[in-house]
Design a protein around this ligand. Structure first.
Ligand code: ZN
Length: 172
C-alpha cells in the first residue's frame, strides 16, 4: 500500500488510545517503509554523493508486473526491506519489549503489523517476505496502485478518519 495510507491506517488503529498514541501510530504505521528506504537513500548519498539520485522506478506499470528488481532496488530489498517487513522479526521485538517490561509499547505492534499484512497481498514486484528469516516465501499479490484497490482503500480510510474525528471530538 502507499505510505500515506499506511500512516492513515496506523493513526486510525490507535485513535482509541488517545491523540498522542495515534500520532505515533501514524509514524509507526509508515515505519516499515521509512526504515527501509530512508537509511538506504542516506547510504546511497554517502556512498555516491548528492548527484546519485535515487533510481526509484517512476513508471507505474513497472510495479504491476512480477520480475527481477534493478540492482539498486534489489540491494534495498535484501539489506533493509526483508528485515522491516517481517512478522517474525516483529514478533521477536514484541517478545523483547515484553521482557524489558515496556509493555505499553506493544500497542505499536498493531500499526506496524497491519502495514506488513496490507503489503502481503498488494505487492507484485517488491513482494513482502513476512516470514523472514524463517522463510523467504512471498505471495504474488496484486498491485495496490490498481484503481479497484486504491480507490476503495482511500474511500474506506477517509470514512474511517472522518468517523474517528466525530467519535473522539472534544466536547465544545
Ligand atoms: Zn511496506
Amino acid at each position: 500500500m502507499d505510505i500515506v495510507s499506511h500512516a492513515g491506517w496506523g493513526y486510525a488503529t490507535l485513535r482509541w488510545r488517545g491523540e498522542k498514541a495515534s500520532r505515533i501510530g501514524a509514524l509507526v504505521g509508515a515505519a516499515p517503509d521509512l526504515l527501509a528506504f530512508v537509511p538506504s537513500a542516506a547510504r546511497r548519498v554517502l556512498h555516491d554523493g548528492w548527484n546519485a539520485s535515487p533510481r526509484m522506478e517512476r513508471d507505474p506499470s513497472f510495479w504491476r508486473q512480477a520480475g527481477p528488481l534493478p540492482p539498486d532496488l534489489q540491494y534495498v530489498y535484501d539489506h533493509y526491506y526483508v528485515f522491516t517487513h517481517s512478522l517474525v522479526i516483529l514478533l521477536g521485538v514484541c517478545g523483547l519489549l515484553w521482557l524489558l517490561r515496556k509493555r505499553s509499547w506493544l500497542w505499536f505492534a498493531i500499526p506496524y503489523g497491519l502495514h506488513i499484512l496490507m503489503d502481503i497481498p498488494t505487492h507484485v514486484r517488491f513482494q513482502t517476505p513476512f516470514l523472514y528469516p524463517l522463510s523467504r516465501w512471498t505471495l504474488q499479490g496484486v498491485s495496490w496502485s490498481e484503481p479497484w484497490i486504491l480507490l476503495p482503500n482511500w474511500i474506506l480510510l477517509i470514512l474511517t478518519l472522518w468517523w474517528c474525528r466525530r467519535r473522539y471530538a472534544k466536547p465544545a
